[in-house]
Design a protein around this ligand. Structure first.
Ligand code: FAD
Ligand code: 2HG
Ligand code: ZN
Length: 478
């Protein structure tokens, strides 16, 4: 059967775009090195019509499909399992910009367009596409929407869901939903777009999207501040909101050990003030008037923060280039963590007001329960989103540590997240890493509704099976 399917897929997309031999680790291994899968083959369609044919051929053969964009998922969402039976559908060849409507402030792009190219196309037209992630040089807009990505400008512009007006989707049955509307208002029933956004490839294949654009700000300014504690960081956030209003586009917090890792693994980068305080904050301000006006506002904010004691020191970038260097430090934390070794990630969401108590409680709990554990705590504080990550004790074997401690650490952290009314995924999604955990922390009625949607849209369970909703065990089915 599999050789018949392989031949059918070769006929649809062309022989050279079906890969089944050689080193396929770029497709089969996830970015974090948590999973090495094995695909039946990697299929790279060029058009929506080809995706339709691929989906129909797989459905007829009863073969599962794993959609993949840039393969930067943090939750093992986009690589096949180890069975060698799943077709990996890589969308990277679907990389055309279909339209840019300046008056409507919209851009329509195919799913495989790399995020950075979309940002560039908007900028070339004198506009802004504000979705911004450290992986933007390789992640795709299809992957961003499928995982409802967040990033560093959510505070001002929202997450991927908020930036999307319409979708084109190939359903699990191989039909095309032509939903590429550029409408900002459309109350004609259930919002199908919002069902596919964040569905992590489990309901259908996103083949194109119509995205919201914004005017470019007159000036972009960046500041870095050392802060004595997490509660001081939250106090500084409040001040920044008061002083900068909608101009505050990003507010990131970085713990000392996270910055130490950047300092160690990227010695060419200058990491300011990291040795002087428990945390540093990076904030960006998009001013609609001018650089001089924006700078003056930032200076006033920082002066007040220093006076109130919620910052102990601060620098304002004196050029766009210097601002970019500060952001590079922040965006290198994930790679520095990877260079330090395998690790445990907790991409958690909390009410901003609860974050200082959550951190005090959970830092102490982990220090007591897991001797020597190293916390890499950073994230999008302005959105209430922490990357509360865990590195094994120095000098220990990371794989062995994860094998024995990951489940226990996850339970400690996620139970604490629940205690403080949070969520176990803020922006990375569930993937396969959290699929077995979700049912412990999600409302049972919500889970039942999600299963009903999955059953209605993908009754054969062929779209990225085992992601988001774990396959129920036989015992659970009876
Ligand atoms: P993939 O990893 O290929 O896929 C992600 C999920 O979407 C998978 O479940 C996959 O099956 C599905 N999928 C992909 N394409 C499609 C499609 N066309 N149709 C249907 N389903 C599809 N995430 C954040 O939210 N914020 C961050 O700040 C952030 N920073 C990151 C920094 C680094 C260094 C890295 C490596 C990752 C980061 N991520 C972040 C995680 C990741 O980059 C994002 O989730 C990104 O949106 C994934 O895009 P991708 O194209 O790589 O998708
Ligand atoms: C970021 O904010 C990403 O840099 C990655 O979401 C977070 O590595 C992580 O845990
Ligand atoms: Zn993040």
């Amino acid at each position: 059967m599999s050789s018949v399917l392989l031949q059918a897929l070769q006929t649809i997309v062309g022989e050279s775009h079906v890969l089944s031999h050689g080193d396929l680790s770029a497709y089969e291994r996830d970015w974090r090195g948590r999973m090495q899968g094995k695909a039946l083959c990697v299929v790279k369609p060029r058009t929506t019509a080809e995706v339709v044919q691929v989906v129909k051929a797989c459905a007829a053969a009863g073969v599962a499909i794993v959609p993949q964009g840039g393969n930067t998922s943090m939750v093992v969402g986009a690589v096949p399992d180890t069975s060698g039976t799943q077709v990996l559908l890589n969308l990277q060849r679907m990389n055309q910009l279909r339209a840019l409507d300046k008056a409507n402030l919209t851009l329509t792009a195919e799913a495989g367009c790399v995020l950075h190219h979309i940002q560039q196309a908007a900028s070339d037209a004198g506009l802004l596409f504000p979705l911004s992630l450290a992986s933007e040089g390789s992640c795709t807009i299809g992957g961003n929407l499928a995982s409802n990505a967040g990033g560093t400008q959510v505070l001002r512009y929202g997450n991927a869901r908020d930036l999307c007006l319409g979708l084109e989707v190939v359903t699990a049955q191989g039909e095309v939903w032509h939903g590429l509307s550029g409408l900002r208002k459309d109350n004609t029933g259930y919002d199908l777009r919002d069902i596919f956004i964040g569905s992590e490839g489990t309901l259908g294949i996103i083949t194109a999207a119509t995205l919201k654009l914004y005017p470019q700000p007159a000036a972009e300014l960046t500041a870095w501040a050392a802060v004595p504690s997490m509660s001081a960081a939250v106090q500084l956030l409040g001040l920044a909101q008061q002083h900068l209003g909608a101009g505050l586009t990003g507010f990131e917090v970085m713990g000392q050990f996270a910055l130490q890792l950047v300092n160690t693994h990227f010695p060419a980068l200058h990491v300011p003030l990291w040795q002087t305080a428990a945390y540093c904050v990076l904030l960006s301000h998009s001013d609609t008037e001018s650089e001089t006006h924006g700078n003056a506002q930032l200076e006033r904010l920082l002066e007040e923060a220093l006076n109130q004691g919620c910052a102990s020191d601060a620098v304002v970038a004196n050029s766009l280039a210097q601002g970019r260097q500060l952001w590079q430090v922040r965006e290198s934390i994930s790679s520095a963590q990877a260079a330090e070794g395998l690790n445990i990630k907790h991409d958690i969401s909390l009410p901003v007001s609860a974050i200082p108590d959550f951190v005090a409680h959970t830092d102490a709990l982990l220090a007591k329960e897991v001797a020597g554990v190293r916390l890499v705590n950073f994230g999008h504080l302005g959105d209430g989103n922490l990357h509360y990550n865990v590195q094994c004790p120095a000098g220990t074997d990371a794989s062995a540590f994860l094998a024995t401690q990951e489940h226990r650490i996850n339970t400690l952290v996620y139970d604490a997240v629940m205690k403080f009314s949070g969520s176990i995924s803020a922006e990375h999604g569930v993937g396969s890493l959290k699929a077995d955990t979700l049912h412990l922390y999600k409302d049972p009625v919500a889970l039942q509704l999600m299963r009903s949607i999955k059953q209605a849209l993908d009754p054969q369970n062929l779209m990225n099976p085992g992601r988001v909703l774990a396959v129920p065990s036989v015992a659970a089915q009876v």
